[in-house]
Design a protein around this ligand. Structure first.
Ligand code: HEC
Length: 239
């Protein structure tokens, strides 16, 4: 019992990145198709202009997320001209390097290398910074070269830092400068949808696994009935 209690406390402890920055938990759910669809919408609108997700094809996404192909073709394909095309950015890597100082990395696998909590926290941690070339900085990713692409949704904020006991500057809170079109709760929900989608992106096969798991359970339930009847038949003369 003690061990179980210890395990539970460990599991419920907040997650910390190696840098010591606090990461917020996010509810990832591959069965929430509506959330994945909204996340895909945000991704093609706000991310593909700079980043690729070059392991993913539009028609695969359409099939997995149950989005009709004509909807994808008409509303989601800004960077490819055929539905079987890869989700590549149209921004040349050389120019991106010149403009941002860093080439935006491919995002196909980012949710696996960084983890969903990191992505979720990162997308919600941008703030205005006059000392940064893009005008933006990020509490989780100091001196990040990426601007806050969703500021029209979240709004523009200043970050207020305070000194900790060792005299180091640590993040304290945000102050809203210019509100966006979403309130905090709505923006968190949007960031969750986007993170959910990026987790799908990092391993599309998990959708198949998820569906397969349901079939396996149904099969086991039916098989149980026959196995039980057979057992009864075999043992009926033994007693
Ligand atoms: C205007 C161009 C641009 C857009 C649009 C953009 N990014 Fe970025 N992004 C960058 C650049 C440049 C970097 C590299 C930052 C660095 O290394 O300092 C980056 C880095 C990242 C990273 C960190 C990668 C890592 O681990 O080093 C993530 C995650 C990310 N972007 C996600 C997104 C998502 C999600 C969107 C859409 C909501 C998006 N980006 C839209 C330019 C962009």
């Amino acid at each position: 019992m003690k061990k179980l209690f210890l395990l539970l406390t460990l599991v419920s402890m907040p997650v910390f990145a190696s840098s010591g920055a606090h990461l917020d938990e996010v509810d990832i759910d591959m069965s929430d198709t509506a959330s994945l669809q909204r996340g895909a919408g945000l991704f093609v609108n706000y991310c593909l202009s700079c980043h690729s997700a070059a392991f993913m094809r539009y028609n695969r996404m359409a099939a997995d997320l149950q989005i009709p192909e004509d909807v994808v073709e008409d509303n989601m394909m800004f960077t490819a001209d055929r539905i079987g095309g890869l989700m590549k950015t149209t921004m040349p890597a050389k120019d991106a390097k010149k403009w941002f100082g860093k080439t935006p990395p491919d995002l196909s696998l980012i949710a696996r290398s960084r983890g969903p909590e990191w992505i979720y926290t990162y997308m919600r941690s941008f703030y205005l910074d006059d000392n940064s070339p893009s005008g933006w900085n990020n509490v989780l990713f100091e001196k990040v070269a990426m601007p806050h692409v969703m500021y029209s949704l979240q709004g523009a904020r200043h970050a207020v830092f305070k000194k900790d006991e060792h005299g180091r500057e640590v993040f304290d809170h945000y102050e809203m400068v210019k509100p966006g079109s979403l309130n905090e709760e709505e923006f968190d929900a949007a960031a969750r949808d986007l993170t959910n989608f990026m987790v799908y992106l990092a391993e599309p096969a998990q959708m198949v696994r998820y569906k397969l798991g349901v079939y396996v359970l149904i099969f086991l339930a039916i098989f149980f009935v026959f196995a039980y009847l057979l057992k009864k038949e075999y043992w009926k003369d033994v007693h």
